[in-house]
Design a protein around this ligand. Structure first.
Ligand SMILES: [Zn+2]
Ligand SMILES: [Zn+2]
Length: 343
């Protein structure tokens, strides 16, 4: 069975491994589509993410879909929920399963992920896909779930105003969700031109480049040329980039008493912001930890066409070319790179 395994920093190898068997409560899935995520790139470039480190060769991949190959559900197309909460700890019992003390997560730490032909996975974490949702869209349900959970945490008032800072795949999906949720005004902020274009296409009212036109410039000039984010005063600002500049823009663009949702993952595992700005507006912050149990809602939104997932896929590679796929994802020239087993 072909498997892509990350042995060390930028050392991703595709090899043959014995086919896995399903344990108790598990089902074997033939993986058909896997999206490469910014967090996979953290593993690939840094050999770590946050406080988790690569201490054994790991199969990456947590955004996936496939087909069940054995057992009573054989032939069923499914989205693979990457999180396995224990179900019994305090967080799980209180319904905060994404915060489970004992959580296992596909392609993270000791849990091999989806970049392999066949994988065993807990049957209860395999969500049936309707015919109207493609395998690649099934893989995109994971970033959609994160966007949906960020939206929940933001408590956007009906008809409210919002800003999305960082328009990678999760930011772009969030823009679609906010539009569907009926926000009155939506500002998007993104330095990369092709992502700004996508943000405008998917419903942002105003799309801003946070960097001034003439680079390089000195700090004071930069401040003068960059947009005045404090003039927007939105109800909720979502930071979906993972760096302090984006956090600052989100804080600037929100109104006094507003909410700031921090969804990015900083490479340095540290977020710093100006306390006076946060205190001066008495801001409320929400940190996003992946998602709680939102797969059923995400599937329903995709099936009803409320959110378009397929256009997010900008390039495809077979599993054998996984190293090239990671190199492409790292260049950030497209939107979502997918490893596809489909013809
Ligand atoms: Zn992800
Ligand atoms: Zn638990």
């Amino acid at each position: 069975m072909r498997t892509a395994r990350l042995h060390g920093i930028t050392d991703l190898r595709v090899g043959n491994e014995p086919a896995p068997e399903a344990g108790p409560g598990e089902t074997l899935v033939r993986v058909t589509a896997v999206g490469i995520c910014g967090s996979d790139i953290h593993w690939y470039e840094d050999g770590a993410i946050g406080d988790a480190r690569l201490d054994r060769p790991l199969v990456p991949g947590h955004e996936g879909a496939g087909v069940i190959v054995a057992g009573p559900r054989r032939g069923e197309r499914v989205a693979i929920d990457p999180a396995i909460p224990c179900g019994t700890c305090r967080a799980c019992q209180e319904g905060r399963r994404n915060l489970c003390y004992n959580i296992l997560f596909s392609g993270n730490g000791v849990t091999d992920g989806m970049l392999r032909e066949v994988m065993p996975w807990p049957s209860s974490r395999l969500h049936p896909l309707p015919d109207t949702v493609s395998d690649e869209a099934g893989a995109m349900l994971e970033p959609l779930g994160v966007a949906l959970w960020a939206l929940d945490l933001g408590r956007v008032p009906f008809g409210g105003t919002t800003a999305v800072v960082g328009c990678g795949p999760v930011g772009l999906l969030l823009i679609q969700l906010l539009r569907a949720a009926g926000v009155s005004r939506l500002i998007a902020v993104e330095p990369l031109p092709h992502r700004r274009e996508a943000a405008a296409k998917w419903g942002a009212d105003e799309v801003l480049d946070p960097t001034p036109a003439s680079a390089p410039t000195s700090a004071p000039t930069r401040g003068a040329a960059a947009p005045d984010f404090s003039s927007y005063g939105v109800d909720v600002a979502f930071e979906m980039a993972g760096n302090d500049d984006a956090v600052h823009i989100a804080m600037e663009s929100v109104r006094p008493g507003g909410h700031v949702v921090l969804g990015g993952i900083p490479g340095s595992d540290t977020t710093t912001f100006r306390a006076s700005l946060a205190r001066g507006k008495e801001l409320t912050f929400a940190m996003v930890r992946r998602m709680n149990e939102v797969y059923p809602r995400a599937i329903d939104l995709a099936a009803r066409g409320v959110v378009a997932l397929d256009p997010l896929v900008s390039s495809r590679f077979p599993l054998t070319d996984a190293p090239a796929a990671f190199a492409a994802a790292r260049r950030r020239t497209g939107l979502k790179v997918v490893i596809s087993a489909l013809p």
